[in-house]
Ligand binder design. Sequence first.
Ligand code: CA
Length: 366
Amino acid sequence: MGWGGRLACALTVLLVMACAPPEQSVSGAEAGSASADETVHHWKLITTWPKNLPALGTAPERLADMVDTMSRGRLKIKVYGAGELVPAFEVFDAVSSGTAEMGHGAAYYWRGKIPIAAIFSTVPFGLTAQEMNAWLHHGGGMELWRELYEPFGLIPMASGNTGVQMAGWFNREINSIDDIQGLKMRIPGLGGEVFQRAGGVAVALPGGEIFTALQTGIIDATEWVGPYNDRAFGLHTIAKYYYYPGWHEPGATLEAIVNTQAFEALSPDLRRILEVASRAINQDMLDELTAKNSLALKDLMETHGVELRRLPDDVIARLKEISREVVAEAAGEDELSQRIYRSFEAFRENVVSYHEISEKAYINAR
Ligand code: CA
């Protein structure tokens, strides 16, 4: 049994233990009413990732596998890579219109349509994975995210987190803010807007197009995720310097989006299974990347001769200054966007001061 299968079984056991009365007390009629809906649903899940890309692309596959086991085959989800049914950046519209029942991507890809959506993937100099999960699941963030997507007939779920990313791949050293003037870099979300205002040229490209764009000079630099994912794209074969820290994506949440009508057509247990599986995948991706990034970085440096560089303090300071303005502007004028921004900012302020004396103090001390 594969990993997804094992976790699915464990989760199924937990769910059964948590929800079901003891087996012997279930009469035929009760058993019938509890599982009356044996309808088998066949769903399409479209993604913004190349098929089976490590972690980002395997997450929806694992989710589908887990849901299949937990639902006893009543919810079958077939996963399509970017471009198989629709191009990467059309996932939101395709799930909204019902072309597919489900999608997997990142909220900042839709910021052209909904500027504030970017907050639900990541904010430059914003929350870490741990903090983002806390805001979403215990700080009011998820309720706001659902409210934001409601008019599009979509239900969002957190479904993966990359942890702190790398600043990216460059073929020239970045010694001052002047070195990014005119530099064409693939960098999405609010980070891209910050980069643009700092004098660079931000280019939006789905993951599957990055390698060729950098190789052919369409872009001069790129970020993607971190060592494990970046190595899978071969970015180390076409760029020399690997910069940190990923100021622009300190804990990017990936999203699962579900067509509201399709979701509502599910029985309550299937809805819950989908939510629990998504939450499990959300944590699992972070766990996997935390385990594999450190090994991949070592390999990139020792086997492939990649040169690791830290962005200079004054460059970071300037990017941070611009980030504050960009995030505030993304909140715009409308009432919901303002509420989302205020919720995020209030949470950030509190959690950052607590983490000063907890996570950060410990990391500095060990
Ligand atoms: Ca990234």
